[in-house]
Structures are given as C-alpha cells and as structure tokens.
Design a protein around this ligand. Structure first.
Ligand SMILES: Cc1cc2nc3c(=O)[nH]c(=O)nc-3n(C[C@H](O)[C@H](O)[C@H](O)COP(=O)(O)O)c2cc1C
Length: 137
C-alpha cells in the first residue's frame, strides 16, 4: 500500500498531526509549500486547518495540480479553532479531479486566540493516529 501525507499549516498544528500520522504510516509528512510530487498513491492523507471559515487557497491550488487518475483514495484530517469544521472545499476540489474522498473525516480542536488553547493536544494526536489506523487497514 503506497501512502502519502501532505499538509498546509499556518500555526504548526497540521504539521504536528501530519508528522504523527506519517510516522505511523512509515512515510515523511510533506509540506505542500515545497510542492511535493504526489503520484501513484493508494492513499493520500491531507491535513489542514480552517482559516476565515475555509481551507487555505494555497492548499486548494496545490490540490488542483494533482493527477486524479494516480490517486486511489484521499482522507481528510482537519483542525479548527471554532466548532467542528470540515474541509468542504478540499473535498470538492478532489471530487472534481475524480479522486474518491472518504466520507469519514478526522476533525479536531485547533486553537485561535484563547479558543482551544493547547490543542491539538496529546489526545487529539492519538485520535488522529487511531483514525489512520482504522482507515488504513
Ligand atoms: C489566520 C487564521 C484564521 C483562522 N480562522 C479560523 C476560522 O475561521 N474558523 C476556525 O474555526 N478556526 C480558525 N482558525 C484556527 C485554525 O483553524 C486552527 O488553529 C488550526 O488548528 C490551524 O491549523 P495550522 O496550525 O495547521 O495552521 C484560524 C487561524 C488562523 C491563524
């Protein structure tokens, strides 16, 4: 099974989650700002935060460059400072490319100002690892 973990992170939360799940999968977490080459993947894990209510435009633009034929399935892991928020635009970009996206999305508390301070914490990271273990079998 060929896996890749990519992330976009402004405050470091997604990077932390991505590194933990990449370690679990035995791969390296890749920052989309370094323009990683992603092809011939069975499973692509995309880790990101929510900014101004939506996913980062940089992430969406990067995803649009992927070859939909070369990625069998994508999984989303999203953190946000407010209430549970899913990466809806990421999902729709991938769907337009023809990449199946797992309906189940890992979401966890991030932080913004005083909201969610200390998150993602150890338990959040552990939950992300459990999510990956449950979908990667
Ligand atoms: C500029 C900025 C805007 C944000 N806007 C929102 C928002 O609209 N809704 C929300 O729930 N969280 C918002 N957050 C909180 C982030 O989604 C949360 O901290 C997330 O974990 C950040 O992930 P990152 O550290 O990987 O960038 C914002 C954070 C930043 C820095």
């Amino acid at each position: 099974m060929k896996n890749a973990v990519i992330y976009y992170s402004k405050l470091g939360h997604s990077k932390k989650i991505a590194q933990a799940i990449a370690n679990e999968l035995g791969v390296k977490a890749q920052d989309i700002r370094e323009n990683p080459e992603i092809k011939d993947m069975d499973q692509l894990y995309i880790v990101s935060g929510i900014y101004g209510g939506v996913s980062a435009p940089q992430l969406l633009e990067f995803l649009k460059t992927l070859d939909g034929q070369k990625i069998k399935r994508a999984y989303l892991l999203t953190s946000a400072g407010g209430k549970t928020t899913r990466a809806a635009k990421v999902r729709s970009v991938l769907t337009e490319l023809g990449i199946p996206v797992a309906e189940e999305e890992f979401t966890c508390q991030g932080a913004i100002f005083l909201f969610g301070m200390g998150h993602p914490n150890k338990a959040d990271i552990q939950n992300a690892i459990h999510f990956v273990q449950s979908v990667s079998q």
